[in-house]
Ligand binder design. Structure first.
Ligand code: GLU
Length: 507
């Protein structure tokens, strides 16, 4: 049987990368097994609905290349895929549970519940609506049939709660965690349905997973405590439960606690795939896309947060991930977010982008700065320095000296390298460069090296001083590569200007 899996976010804000990882693992599993993945929007809690969140989720997966086969925005034979559009469907299932003795009406008002909580607190206990306390509450288990009928006829607010059976051992068979056993005596009678006509997450989730023929529920560890109720709901309905796989948490870089929505911008990295502007406060949270990450890098990085192929292989394309992925190899313990690794992946995937494409992009930055240079020069520069960048936005920082003359010279380098005879030697080197006609970088390199060695000069000192005149600092790739791109005339011009300016500074 081909698996059917789902990603079922609630549109309560931007999607956390933990959620993206959940969707990715669902996707990898489905694709590997020739199955189907669907996108279901779980918007039963209208109070938490956030404008734009659904569109954000769809856009994020489009950017990342995670493709749903069915669902919101796509369609399919199991729709509608948005729970608010399925609203009329749920009541009959809640009724069915009541009829079969698996659920009951509860009429306790918020004030009564609050009162109970206070009573318990006074005795240093915590109140839970469960099989120990429900006999003391106002519900269809304690009221007579007539009283219940009357309350319902009077439209008194109610909820429908699940009725756990006492002393039952509930077994959750989890693909990642193995057998998890829970005694029903510890569980609360969760609300399944509210008098506003909306099911809660628990009821809607189980009904939909059943109706949409979901075979595997792959979701975050935070849902593990709900799994026993879900197992019981399947039993109560007489439906076969799907297989469960609860994924480990994503942790803060230091391993101390869950990576929260707030952590990202506080710790200096995005926790959302795309930038998000809160529709109410206007607050902006950074996104991977806007921060310059490539989707391939984000996918590769996320795939390895909690899973590995069982060897040292780190770089994997989506196709390779689909081949290698396995739910069984997902770790039980939380995965620490690693910013350096994320950057490393981005660096890696940037190298695969053709120089021409990077240059095309970079040309816009240059144009914005009022710099107009031929494309072939930009392509050369990009090819030379791309191994030094983590993001395309680093291109300018790493290559500006190809497009503008130094306006200052690093004083530390001057102090360390600029000596008495430096000026004279640089002038000699300038003459050597002009003597190589036509200019050829390896010939120029050999001649300059001969000069330095022949005069028993300090290589580091001369070459760094030379670099200082061209770049303004002690950074950049091989100097003769730089010279080759700048052209000898420009080099001589910069050398002369540098010698003069630095000469003054060094005095
Ligand atoms: N709507 C739930 C969420 O927001 C889905 C949990 C599940 O996958 O069962 O994460």
């Amino acid at each position: 049987m081909k698996p059917r899996v789902r990603f079922a976010p609630s549109p309560t804000g931007p999607l956390h990368i933990g959620g993206v990882r959940t969707a990715l693992y669902n996707y990898l599993f489905a694709k590997q097994n020739g199955g189907t993945m669907l996108l279901r929007i779980e918007d039963t809690d209208q109070t938490r609905f956030v404008e734009g969140a659904e569109e954000y989720i769809i856009e994020a997966f489009q950017w990342l290349g995670v493709k749903f086969d069915e669902g919101v925005g796509i369609g399919g034979n199991y729709g509608p895929y948005k729970q608010s559009e399925r609203k009329p469907m749920y009541k009959q299932y809640a009724d069915q549970l009541i009829e079969n003795g698996w659920a009951y009406y509860a009429f306790d008002t918020p004030e009564m519940l609050e009162q109970k909580r206070k009573e318990y607190e006074a005795q240093k206990k915590t109140f839970q609506y469960d099989l120990h306390t429900r006999e003391t509450m106002v519900n269809s288990l304690t009221l007579s049939k007539e009283e219940v009928a009357e309350k319902l006829a009077n439209n008194e607010p109610f909820v429908i709660r699940f009725k756990h059976t006492p002393d039952t051992e509930i077994l959750v068979n989890d693909i990642i965690r193995g057998e998890v056993r829970i005694n029903s005596n510890t569980l609360d009678d969760k609300v399944l349905y509210k008098s506003d006509g909306m099911p809660t997450y628990h009821l809607a989730n189980i009904v939909d997973d059943h109706l949409m023929e979901i075979t595997h529920v792959i979701r975050g560890e935070e849902w593990l405590p709900s799994a026993p109720l879900h197992v019981m709901l399947y039993k109560a309905f007489g439906w076969e439960a799907p297989r469960f796989a609860h994924l480990p948490l994503l942790l803060k870089p230091d391993g101390n606690g869950k990576l929260s929505k707030r952590d990202g911008d506080r710790l200096g990295f995005p926790v959302f795939p795309l930038q998000w502007k809160d529709p109410k406060s206007g607050e902006i949270s950074s996104g991977y896309r806007e921060s310059g990450y490539l989707p391939e890098a984000v996918i590769n990085m996320l795939a390895l947060l909690g899973w590995n192929p069982g060897n040292d292989q780190e770089v994997m394309s989506m196709d390779e991930l689909i081949q290698l992925f396995s739910l069984e190899k997902i770790s039980k313990s939380g995965a620490k977010f690693d910013l350096e690794k994320a950057k490393w992946f981005n660096h890696h995937y940037l190298q695969a982008i053709p120089d021409e494409n990077l240059a095309e992009d970079f040309k816009t930055t240059l144009t914005d700065k009022g710099i107009d240079v031929p494309m072939d020069k930009i392509v050369k520069v990009v090819g030379l320095i791309k191994e030094r960048i983590y993001f395309t936005k680093d291109l300018w920082e790493q290559s500006h000296y190809f497009f503008e003359r130094p306006t200052s010279y690093d004083e530390q380098v001057i102090k360390k390298r600029w000596k008495e005879g430096t000026e004279g030697h640089l002038k000699q080197i300038a003459n050597i460069l002009t003597s190589v006609v036509p200019f050829e970088k390896s010939a120029a390199h050999d001649k300059v090296m001969d000069y330095i060695k022949g005069n028993e000069l300090n290589m580091g000192q001369i070459m760094n001083s030379f670099r200082l005149t061209l770049v303004g600092a002690a950074k950049g790739p091989d100097l003769f590569e730089i010279i080759d791109i700048l052209g000898v005339d420009e080099v001589i011009c910069r050398m002369n200007a540098g010698i003069e300016a630095i000469g003054k500074m060094a005095k």
